[in-house]
Design a protein around this ligand. Structure first.
Ligand SMILES: [Zn+2]
Length: 445
């Protein structure tokens, strides 16, 4: 069975502004509520933890608060045992007309890299442009942060300097919950089917790990976890953790010829030298170039083995294949030369979303941004977020959109109220424009 869609995005683009999207006023009515909501969310600690089996107590507290709040909006809402909150909004179009499914996500954990407990947000209205002195000598200044200069006269939020702010990604969560509130309170806003997910554990690289595709598997996915001013991440590193383990054989090395003792360090060193070439180390890589890095070597006494942990990073599939080919040959040769047993394990962490995004996703986004007077700033990043994790694990890609967060994972993290509001308007416009798309499913044998 083959299924494909026909999209009438052009119709949406030609549909002129104001009356077609009277919702612009609808959005304005929710602006004042966004900062209080954001402040409330960041005051609930929800750090994720690299060493946790899965859920931290803070995140559990957060998802309970969010679930209660969201459920009250009246849409079908599901809290999974793993702490994912799903909202599946059915189409309210005439006759229940179906359109491609729009997906919107954000993550409610905050990074374990920096203290995020007991956050005291400082709301600064009509920012005067002067340096902002936080505790512990942290300073926010327009000299070192050019984007802050654009905030003069506007509202920003900072931490008090003893913690981060948690705008990563409570800004995204604020946008998503405000969108849900808007749709619940304004049934006149037409929409097709919309799937929402709020995830845990993004900042420990695990937000897609227990995602349930029964509740979240949209045609077009947009993750609200990016920076400012229309930033849109349309591509990212594919990231793999490759672990090579060489098993030695126990015995006294002086009588190795007789007792079969085998050293494991030399073959591992040989493999590392063959795979991690100087020209593909991280310090030689920039732009869209990939890299290979052996970032850790460990010894396991129980199995008398040495392991090297490699990072493979690449935008281009061919680069990834090249790295793997190099590794394969080095391992085969090492087995031959040294006579040792070698194991290779590969774990895919991120995949470039470019491989799995439908081309119409960008057309739809541009239309939604245009209606919010936001200029798309398309970027590819040498990192990855939820969209890249979903791509690696579940094979469908999405874009990561701006939220108003600045300097994430730092004491000087701050939020632009204006950018957060604009991102919310883009989210609402995505819902409206997606409702104008048409779906025609055709089946062929
Ligand atoms: Zn984030």
């Amino acid at each position: 069975m083959k299924k494909f869609f026909t999209y009438f995005v052009l119709a949406a683009l030609c549909w002129t502004g104001a009356e077609a999207f009277a919702g612009r006023d609808v959005a304005d009515g929710y602006r004042a509520g966004m900062i209080p909501r954001f402040v409330r969310y960041v005051q609930t600690d929800s750090m994720s933890d690299n060493d946790a089996e899965w859920m931290t107590p803070g995140q559990a507290n957060m998802y309970n608060i969010l679930f209660q709040e969201i459920r009250a909006f009246g849409f079908p809402t599901h809290l999974s045992s793993d702490g994912y909150i799903y909202v599946n909004i059915p189409s309210n179009l005439p006759g229940g007309r179906q359109t491609p499914v729009l997906g919107i996500s954000a993550h409610y954990d905050t990074t374990p890299e920096i203290n995020g407990v007991d956050i005291k947000p400082q709301v600064i209205a009509r920012y005067d442009g002067k340096p902002i002195r936080l505790k512990n000598n942290h300073v926010l200044s327009t000299d070192t942060d050019p984007y802050l200069r654009r905030m003069v006269g506007k509202t920003i939020v900072t931490s008090d300097g003893t913690t981060n702010l948690g705008a990563d990604d409570k800004a995204g969560v604020t946008i998503v919950v405000t969108l849900l509130q808007t749709l619940a309170e304004n049934p006149s806003v037409s929409h097709g089917p919309v799937q929402i997910v709020l995830t845990p554990n993004e900042d420990v690289g695990r937000s897609a790990e227990r995602l349930d595709l029964n509740y979240y598997h949209p045609d077009f996915a947009y993750d609200f976890d990016g920076g400012v001013d229309g930033e849109t991440i349309i591509g990212n590193f594919s990231a793999e953790r490759v672990v090579v383990t060489v098993y030695g054989v126990n015995g006294h090395q002086s009588y190795a010829a007789a007792n079969g003792y085998l050293n494991a360090v030399a073959p591992l060193a040989y493999i590392i030298e063959r795979v991690a070439l100087n020209e593909t180390l991280p310090n030689r890589s920039s732009g869209s170039q990939g890299y290979v890095e052996p970032n850790r070597v460990t010894y396991d006494a129980e199995t008398n083995s040495y392991s090297a942990d490699f990072r493979f990073r690449y935008f281009d599939k061919e680069d990834g294949e090249k790295y793997h080919e190099r590794l394969k040959r080095a391992v085969l040769d090492a087995k031959d030369i040294y006579g040792v047993r070698i194991e290779v394990k590969t774990e895919k962490q991120y995949e470039n979303v470019e491989y799995g995004v439908k081309p119409e996703a960008l057309t739809l986004l541009k239309a939604a941004m245009k209606d919010a007077s936001v200029t798309p700033q398309l970027k590819k990043e040498r990192a990855g977020t939820t969209s890249a994790m979903i791509m690696a694990k579940h094979g469908f890609g999405g874009y990561t959109l701006f939220t108003g967060q600045n300097n994430p994972h730092a004491f000087t993290e701050w939020l632009s109220e204006e950018d957060m509001f604009n991102a919310y308007r883009v989210a609402l416009n995505l819902v409206k424009h997606a409702a104008l798309l048409d779906t025609q499913a055709e089946e062929s044998l």
